[in-house]
Design a protein around this ligand. Structure first.
Ligand code: CO
Length: 131
């Protein structure tokens, strides 16, 4: 079962510059910030009600996020849906023939178990599942 939109992730070429619209103009507060080492990205979460805007800033040219930025420019990177049982959801998607980037959950930002669904299966949107 899907519980809510957990976050919408945006790629920014520079973190402090990327925060400005959201904080200085819209008045959002920056909450948790962390460095995700295996992806070589810095992330910053800005709570909006029960969900967050997540800014992603690639720190090297090698990560998937960096390649996304080079190819498509700044903007929406993925939508993250919180689910109550990530294994059950992945099994459901496999059964339905939806292509997955992660066949098994892995540990993402915040120590949550996450898995990405391939945009080919979702109408062009990268979707993250999080438990
Ligand atoms: Co995410």
């Amino acid at each position: 079962m899907i519980k809510k939109i957990h976050h919408v992730a945006l790629v920014v070429p520079e973190m402090e510059e990327g925060k400005k619209f959201w904080t200085e103009i819209l008045g959002l507060m920056v909450g948790r910030e962390e460095h995700v080492a295996d992806q070589e990205v810095d992330v910053a979460f800005m709570p909006v009600g029960e969900s967050d805007i997540e800014l992603l800033n690639p720190l090297s040219d090698v990560s998937g996020v960096a390649k996304f930025l080079q190819k498509r420019g700044p903007g929406i990177h993925h939508v993250c849906l919180e689910v109550d049982d990530i294994e059950a959801m992945l099994a459901h998607l496999k059964k339905a023939g939806v292509p997955l980037i992660d066949e098994e959950p892995r540990i993402g930002a915040g120590g949550h178990r996450v898995a990405f669904i391939h945009p080919k299966g979702t109408g062009g949107v990268l979707v993250e599942l999080l438990e």
